[in-house]
Design a protein. Structure first.
Length: 165
């Protein structure tokens, strides 16, 4: 079974609200175990977004994730080009230029996540909700669908892995 690819908001939302480190440490122990078993991975762009803040989440990642957990996203450059091309030419729901600017920013993780998931044929795990009518932001689930990437919610990932926290 291929690993699941984790989005930045998987970590940040878990840390800030759903599973704070001090309240639900078992979640973080489980996540570390899944990472060690190569059942979950992420990419370098996610690492950069997490490491912008010098906080407890960054410290946990540094101490608890394998050194090769954050993969090099540049291997998916062709898929990245296809993903941003899709966003830029989405005729069903044209996005505003600010939305496109954020999505197509090479330093932002979202388009790279979709591209990497496509390149590696991995399910992408995100807390984002599909908003196909949104013009002001490109949501990961809405980019996954036309790119042929399976997008799942965190709890669905745990169920599919038959894991409990």
């Amino acid at each position: 079974m291929p690993p699941y690819l984790l989005d930045t908001n998987f970590f940040i939302e878990s840390y800030r609200s759903s599973f704070p480190l001090d309240v639900v440490p078992s979640f973080w122990v489980k996540l570390s175990s899944l990472a060690a078993d190569n059942k979950v991975v992420s990419i370098d762009k996610v690492k950069e977004e997490i490491y912008k803040n010098d906080d407890e989440l960054k410290a946990w990642c540094e101490a608890s994730l394998p050194p090769d957990f954050f993969k090099d996203s540049t291997i998916a450059i062709a898929e990245y080009a296809s993903t941003v091309q899709w966003a830029n030419s989405n005729k069903d729901n044209p996005y505003t230029q600010p939305a496109l600017d954020v999505f197509m920013d090479a330093n932002e993780a979202d388009a790279w996540l979709v591209a990497y998931a496509k390149h590696q044929d991995l399910p992408l795990v995100t807390n984002e909700r599909s908003e196909p009518a949104s013009k002001k932001s490109v949501k990961i689930p809405d980019a996954c669908q036309p790119m042929g990437v399976r997008c799942v919610k965190p709890m669905d990932m745990f169920r599919e892995l038959r894991e409990t926290i």
